[in-house]
Design a protein around this ligand. Structure first.
Ligand code: 4HQ
Length: 243
């Protein structure tokens, strides 16, 4: 899968993509990520990417021409426009379902805004506007990195163990169960006996129950859309009766 990221802070984006699961997937050739410096697509002496807002007011607005030139260059280099994404608080809120859907695209282009945002006319070339949540950031680089990471995890081979992607709590629409490792006891806190029992049926049932109980407690709205099997429905009914 191919990602092009357009930013005025290429070093920030490159540093984040060079490590961990995504960094390894790039090394393996499973992902191709090209980070493009928006200033390379300016034509003035000062390499300006922003200008004052028409109508007045504070802050600066990202200019159209460098962004259009960057998109033209990407299309010329790749032979396809790709699916163009703009990260902004006005977008649809990103989630695991959207990440899965985007992972079916062969080529994503991510535009990272700075300042007060992009000139509205940039949106004529944007396929999807995505927000990573209801808070204000200083730029679209962190959201773009969030999108690349979550989408890349769906590309076969990127996450070492396919099983763990399929069982990812959010893929199932539930919160994760508690995890433990050695030592078995610390400061008087013991690992639950069931996890030390070696009884894999009991362990599986305990984990399901924990996922359901935590979801009911912390994020009950997730249960409206979670895909639950018969055993999970039964456990959930029982948890609700107890509550
Ligand atoms: N931004 N989810 C870009 C965000 C944001 C978010 C702030 C992005 C300002 C120009 N983007 N600009 N939240 O807060 O995607």
């Amino acid at each position: 899968m191919i990602f092009d990221v357009v930013t005025i802070f290429p070093a920030m984006v490159e540093a984040a993509l060079s490590v961990g699961v995504v960094g390894r997937a790039i090394e393996k050739g499973l992902l191709e990520v090209k980070v493009r410096d928006l200033r390379d697509f300016t034509t003035d002496r000062h390499r300006s990417v922003d200008d004052q807002p028409f109508g007045g007011g504070p802050g600066m607005v990202m200019k159209v021409e460098p962004i259009f030139k960057a998109l033209d260059a990407i299309e010329a280099a790749r032979g396809t426009k790709g699916t163009v994404l703009l990260t902004s608080p006005q977008g649809a809120v990103f989630n695991q379902g959207l990440a899965a859907r985007l992972s079916e695209r062969q080529h994503l282009v991510l535009l990272c805004g700075r300042y007060e945002g992009v000139d509205e006319r940039v949106r004529s070339r944007v396929d999807e506007e995505i927000s990573i949540g209801d808070y204000v950031l200083s730029g679209g680089e962190l959201p773009a990195l969030v999108v690349v990471d979550a989408v890349a995890r769906f590309v076969p081979g990127v996450v070492g163990d396919d099983q763990s992607v399929a069982e990812d709590s959010f893929s199932r629409g539930l919160l994760d169960f508690p995890h433990y490792t050695r030592p078995a006891e610390i400061g008087g806190e013991r690992v639950p006996d069931v996890l030390m029992s070696g009884n894999h049926g009991d362990i599986r049932r305990w984990r399901r129950r924990q996922s359901l109980a935590r979801t009911l407690e912390r994020r009950p709205e997730l249960l409206d859309t979670a895909a639950l099997d018969d055993e999970e429905r039964r456990i959930l009914d029982e948890l609700r009766r107890k509550a």
